[in-house]
Design a protein around this ligand. Structure first.
Ligand SMILES: Nc1nc2c(c(=O)[nH]1)N[C@H]1C(S)=C(S)[C@@H](COP(=O)(O)O)O[C@H]1N2
Ligand SMILES: [Mo]
Length: 523
């Protein structure tokens, strides 16, 4: 009877399913070995040559503008972990597929690993810093992965020996091999990550860095520049809270010894500055607010810091910029490029090569040892981190990184304001309520901020004391709130008289516009 036979041989039913799972696991282990070994071998060359990072970086570079916006909107500054998790899931699925399809005499899974390897080699060879050696980590990783897969699948497909009872566990050899594969992948991956992060003693170099004393100090920050409302931004953004936006999956670990700036192109005298050459100049200290073009209306991709650095203008005067050069094309050590108008960095504003942020050497994430800071322009056209090359060229000859991907070539910061307090969805009780937030219009300055409730008349907000036209300004406004559902809206007016644009437009190509609006249910 059918039911009897099932009860007598329960293992017979689930064996194919177990086989399937064991194959899938074999494939996942094999890709883990590819990535782990690849990461380890990459240590000998450059962390950016590891298959995982090379593919990740290439994905970032090939991401269309709308997808970048989606990623930043959805994950904010967690866009990198989100990418890593997404990649890991996809790679694990492809590995499982390779395991399921692999047979001792029909190595379809091995072919999948090799195809994945070709993607890795292609990505690695196309990194901006790549040479032929960049193919090596992926190749060694794929060889190790294919050997792992062949051995594991070979064990699974060994015919049961007569006389040896079939147990419900896969064969002992399979488990042993699988254990070895896990250990290899984990050890290689961990070692690769550990050493990669600490490459060339960059942390020690940063720890020894002595922040220069500025010959021209920033004016002291008056207490009244801080509006002092609980929950609102502070006037200065601490380094740990400062937003971070860049395309670098591996934060570059430069040292002051390895850093240099090569200046060439449409100049009278080419020049290569070492770090010692740079710090032999006269440093200035300034407070400047940075903003990302991807910031949505009301978003938090803006921060204000005290920077110490060296005026860009002085260096450009030294090399002699040709009169027809209108673009300073700066390149970071990882190949990212930025195009900044020569006019802006020489018009007398405090555009600088910064080496310190809020009294500390630049954090690695923010460009150690040298980055650009230019008041008034969005970061993608001005704020190159880990900058190592300047070319004087023309906007009609070159497009920088984001311009190639659909963003504007020139992008002054738009006049903006946002509501920070009360927080979104915070409970609000009827009566006197403090509304507060921040407004900015770098290098034009904020003249006024206005607030309105339920589309009523605009009311002037109280502004914190102005520090300079290059930094943001906080505001507050007392609202006598009546029970019910209300919307509060804010707009800023800059010192040139421009009123923040009402029309809602997305960040691409030159920065979002619209008035920040928050709804509150007052009890
Ligand atoms: N090397 C490098 N520099 C870069 C970027 C980058 O992707 N790579 N992103 C720019 C952008 S878009 C912005 S908004 C600022 C952000 O600087 P922060 O991360 O220090 O806040 O860095 C700019 N400099
Ligand atoms: Mo940005």
């Amino acid at each position: 009877m059918v039911t009897d036979s099932i009860e007598e041989h329960p293992a017979a039913q689930s064996r194919p399913r177990r086989r399937f799972a064991a194959r899938a696991i074999s494939g996942v282990l094999a890709v883990a070995v590819v990535l782990g070994v690849g990461q380890l071998v990459a240590l000998l060359i450059n962390p950016d040559s590891s298959p995982f990072y090379a593919v990740g970086s290439t994905t970032v570079d090939r991401t269309p503008a709308w997808a970048r916006e989606f990623a930043i909107e959805t994950f904010g500054t967690n866009d990198k972990p989100a990418l890593f998790i997404g990649m890991s899931i996809l790679i694990a699925l492809l590995g499982a597929l390779a395991g399921v399809l692999e047979r001792p005499r029909r190595p379809v899974g091995s072919a999948i690993l090799i195809a994945l390897g070709l993607v890795g080699v292609y990505a690695a060879l196309n990194r901006p810093t790549a040479d032929a050696m960049y193919a090596f980590p992926t190749i060694v990783g794929v060889v190790a992965g294919v050997v792992t897969l062949r051995l594991l699948i070979g064990q699974l497909d060994v015919a049961p020996s007569p006389g040896i009872p079939e147990t419900w566990l896969p064969r002992r050899q399979f488990l042993m091999l699988a254990g070895v594969a896990v250990a290899v992948a984990a050890a290689a991956g961990a070692a690769g990550k550990f050493v990669g992060q600490r490459i060339a003693g960059a942390s020690a170099n940063r720890a020894d860095f002595v922040v220069p004393t500025a010959a021209s100090a920033a004016p002291p920050i008056p207490a009244a520049a801080n509006i002092g409302v609980a929950g609102a931004s502070t006037y200065i953004t601490p380094n740990d809270d400062f937003y971070r936006i860049d395309t670098a999956l591996l934060v570059p670990q430069l040292t002051t010894d390895s850093w240099e700036l090569r200046i060439h192109g449409m100049v009278d005298r080419e020049l290569t500055l070492s770090f010692d050459d740079l710090v032999a100049r006269t440093p200035i200290e300034r407070v400047i607010t940075l903003t990302c073009v991807s910031n949505e209306v009301g978003g938090n991709l803006a921060g204000n810091a005290t920077w110490i650095g060296y005026p860009i203008k002085d260096i450009l005067e030294e090399v002699g910029v040709h009169p027809d050069a209108d673009m300073l094309l700066s390149t970071s050590v990882d190949g990212f490029t930025v195009g900044t108008p020569v006019e802006v960095v020489t018009d007398g504003r405090d555009a600088m090569l910064a080496v310190a942020m809020n009294g500390e050497p630049l954090p690695f994430e923010h460009g150690y040892p040298v980055r650009q800071v230019v008041p008034g322009l969005y970061g993608f056209v001005s704020a190159t981190k880990w900058v190592t090359e300047w070319e004087l060229t023309r906007f009609d000859q070159v497009d920088a990184y984001w311009t190639q991907r659909g963003w504007g070539a020139q992008a002054p910061i738009k006049t903006a304001s946002r509501i920070e307090v009360p927080a979104s969805l915070a409970p609000v009780n009827a009566g006197q309520i403090q509304i507060a937030g921040t407004a900015w219009a770098q290098h034009r300055g904020i003249k006024a901020v206005e607030v309105r409730v339920d589309n009523g008349p605009w009311q002037p907000a109280t502004l914190a004391q102005e520090y300079s036209i290059d930094t943001w300004r906080q505001w507050s406004w007392m609202w006598d709130a009546a029970p019910g559902l209300h919307t509060v809206q804010v707009r800023a007016i800059d010192l040139d008289g421009n009123v923040q644009v009402e029309e809602r437009t997305p960040p691409i190509p030159g920065g979002a516009t619209g008035w920040h609006t928050r709804s509150f249910t007052v009890k």
